[in-house]
Write a protein that binds this ligand. Structure first.
Ligand SMILES: *Cc1c(COP(=O)(O)O)cnc(C)c1O
Length: 734
């Protein structure tokens, strides 16, 4: 299940694609064979730019999609944060484009590009053609993104694909199939009009959208079963052969006005992308920026090579021999791109090695903070979904501030990756999520006082029926409320007794209540003992007997759910419409031992960190902390760290019960933990200084403290440790 994010295939192909783009602009085989050059630069290399569009589609646009593609085609585009991410990407593109326009301006003027430029022509250049020959990519990408986002909002992914496919067909007829359009007078005049506006159809309107949307589609459904390699490769080879035939045929017929778009380019790209996605190798981020820079700088390098050749009188070799010319431009472009890429990082990181990540957002990591691992969370979601049948969705428990993780951060992130149902403990928690824009069903698991019934209505929360009288009061509120009926099958906490069928059926008849769900809670599903297992079986039987009875009496059964975390792990067969997963979603289980048992599947999401405030010497015989509870047995170094029981660190870890990690080494707690501070023993840990990070939960070097360890030392369960993490802690998602 630990698949990491293996985008190594995509990352490596980026470089190849950039080199292919250089080929398009230098015609490496021209000196040898016109046919070979046509094949290389007008057919093979035509995969490069669509590939860049697809990658953009996958990484920029598909986070907007609910990634859970349970029924294909039901994925929807969402708004809010992801939309803002798209806007911010557009902003970045615009900035890069603006920079390129400025940098290439002198070259363009020198080459006579802008002679006789009118305002209309300038706008056309900026929007469609690009102000220098390779720069059309940037406006095309921006226009394409806007279009796909807009289409997606109204038509969903499927509709977007259809429309962008249709646009592509229109583009084809103005590109390598122009000969067809020319032969039909009505079409011909349409294209005349189109070319008044944009000189080519390979632009942001007709070309980019289809590949952006395909990238979205293919990158979005990561969990898809991998198709047989041989089959994909065969399809790829076949479509590539057909595309080559298509290209040569169209050239022979003289149909091509331009040669960027082919019918078979679409299947070629689909199968190529599938192959690249299936490559199991690690992402190499560096290649991303290098390939982008190669794309940006290579025209300048063409000029540089030509200029240098003239100066050293080697034009014959370096320019006239097309292959050597190509090689020279490629080497120079990659070298320049690498320099720029590393230099960029150096500027960003201000030269401080390793500072880049931890320095970013440092304003939110001042004293003591929680770091949330976004990737771990989404891997846990996928791992848990993989254990459940397709019809069962997750309804994560984000109560108690998402077990201390930060409910808003967690729920938003879950929303982003397609989770559409949540449960909370109180109406107030539900209200907060709604206020912060969390979508989907929110079930309040606990009692809501009648004074807060208006919250249920106003924030579209779903309320649990805790007993029959409570149902009557909810019904008496007068406005329509959504409810799930809790059934007490033996835990005796909340819910209507399973044997009270008539009462349950009565609730279905209450005119102000919409019964959306029926659930029970298992109280021994974590246990391995026979007694516990048979009690779980009994609870399940009781629950299903209610369900059967309702069905027999003609009630259409609402959503059903029984499992919480341990229910999913130990009783996967009890999966119904929802699984109310809590602790497991956060990558841990209640005890250290259980967490260990599932560590290959679940990854902890939370780390708790604080800072060293100061380091000082403690001489033998001196005491430290409240109550003089600790006395130094030898001279030692102690550090005060900026976290205490007010932040959720259990006070009974005081005095040698627990330790923290500093610079990958253990520092035992000294004396009594205070409300805001803790003293630790750092004797023997070299170079500890103020500002250093102390890890309370999480990894440091090769050492790790799990929430389960803390729970074990404190004599409680992980759930309690996590849910008591204080509100004062800063929370960041990394
Ligand atoms: C808290 C809670 C859950 C989640 O429990 P975990 O064991 O953390 O998965 C599920 N159902 C109900 C009713 C709960 O109160």
């Amino acid at each position: 299940m630990k698949n990491g994010q293996n985008y190594g295939g995509l990352d490596r192909f980026r470089i190849l694609a950039a080199i292919l783009v250089i080929a398009i602009h230098t015609s490496p085989l021209e000196s040898y064979s016109a046919d070979a050059d046509f094949f290389l630069t007008r057919i093979l290399a035509r995969a490069a730019v669509p590939f860049f569009f697809m990658v953009t589609g996958q990484f920029v646009l598909s986070p907007q999609l609910a990634s859970r593609t349970r029924a294909p085609g039901t994925v929807r585009f969402s708004r809010g944060r992801e939309q803002r991410a798209v806007w911010s990407y557009l902003g970045k593109l615009a900035l890069v484009y603006g920079g390129c326009v400025a940098v290439y301006l002198p070259l363009g003027i020198y080459a006579g590009h802008y002679r006789g430029l009118t305002l209309g022509k300038a706008v056309q250049m900026l929007v469609f053609e690009g102000t220098f020959y390779h720069l059309w990519y940037f406006p095309a990408c921006m226009l394409g993104i806007l279009l796909v986002t807009l289409l997606g909002r109204f038509l969903g992914l499927r509709g977007t694909l259809l429309v962008s496919g249709a646009l592509y067909v229109i583009g084809l007829l103005g590109d390598s199939y122009y000969g067809v359009a020319q032969r039909i007078p009505a079409l011909s005049s349409v294209y005349d009009a189109i070319f008044q506006i944009s000189p080519y159809t390979r632009n942001g309107l007709f070309f980019a959208p289809l590949f952006l949307a395909l990238g979205c589609l293919m990158g979005g459904g990561r969990q898809k079963a991998c198709r047989d390699h041989l089959w994909v490769w065969s399809c790829f080879v076949l479509s590539f052969v057909l595309m080559s035939k298509e290209g040569f045929l169209l050239r022979r017929l003289g149909f091509q006005r331009h040669d960027s778009m082919y019918v078979f380019l679409v299947p070629v790209m689909i199968f190529l992308y599938e192959i690249l996605l299936s490559v199991r190798s690690r992402s190499v981020k560096r290649l991303r920026s290098i390939s982008t820079w190669v794309y940006i700088v290579h025209p300048a390098m063409i000029v540089a090579v030509r200029g240098a050749a003239r100066i050293v009188h080697m034009t014959e070799l370096l320019v006239d021999n097309s292959l050597i010319h190509y090689a020279a431009v490629t080497v120079l472009s990659i070298a320049a791109a690498a320099v720029i890429s590393y230099f960029g990082d150096w500027v960003k990181g201000a030269g401080a090695p390793g500072a880049t990540l931890s320095e970013r957002g440092k304003e939110r990591r001042g004293r003591a903070w929680i770091e949330l691992d976004r990737e771990a969370l989404s891997q846990n979601v996928e791992a848990l979904l993989a254990m459940l049948p397709d019809h069962c969705a997750l309804m994560p428990a984000v109560k108690a501030d998402a077990y201390g993780h930060g409910a808003v951060l967690i729920a938003r992130e879950l929303n982003r990756i397609g989770v559409e149902a949540f449960c909370v403990a109180s109406a107030g928690e539900g209200e907060e999520l709604r206020r912060e824009g969390v979508r989907g069903e929110i079930l309040v698991l606990g009692y809501t006082d009648p004074t807060q019934f208006d919250l249920l209505h106003r924030c579209r929360l779903t309320q649990t029926i805790v007993d029959y009288q409570y149902a009557e009061r909810l019904n008496g509120y007068g406005k329509r409320l959504h409810v799930h009926i809790g059934v007490d099958t033996g835990m005796h906490r909340l819910g209507i007794g399973y044997e009270q069928r008539d009462f349950i059926m009565d609730i279905f008849e209450m005119k102000n209540l919409a019964v959306d769900g029926l659930f029970t809670h298992l109280c021994t599903s974590d246990g391995q003992a026979l007694k516990e297992q048979s009690f779980t079986d009994l609870q399940a039987r009781r629950f299903y007997s209610v369900v059967d009875d309702l069905e027999r009496n003609g009630y259409s059964c609402p959503k059903l759910h029984l499992q919480s975390s341990y229910g999913i792990l130990n009783y996967p067969k009890l999966a119904e419409d929802y699984a109310r997963v809590g602790i497991a979603l956060y990558g841990v289980l209640s005890t250290r031992e259980d967490t260990k048992r599932w560590e290959d599947v679940l990854r902890p999401v939370l780390s708790l960190k604080a800072r060293v405030a100061c380091v000082r010497r403690l001489c033998c015989g001196e005491t430290a902390g409240y109550g003089m509870a600790f006395t130094a047995q030898r001279d030692m170094e102690i550090a005060t760290i900026t976290v205490g029981y007010g932040d959720g660190l259990p006070r009974n870890l005081s005095g040698g019960q627990g330790f923290v990690l500093i610079n990958g080494r253990r520092a035992p707690v000294v004396g009594r933990i205070c409300m805001d501070q803790t003293i630790v023993d750092v004797s023997g840990i070299p170079d500890v200084k103020a500002g250093d990070v102390a890890v309370l939960i999480g990894k440091s070097g090769d050492k790790e403290i799990s929430a389960g360890d803390l729970a074990g030392w404190a004599g409680t369960i992980t759930n309690e440790i996590l849910s008591r993490m204080g509100a004062r802690l800063e929370r960041v998602m990394v």
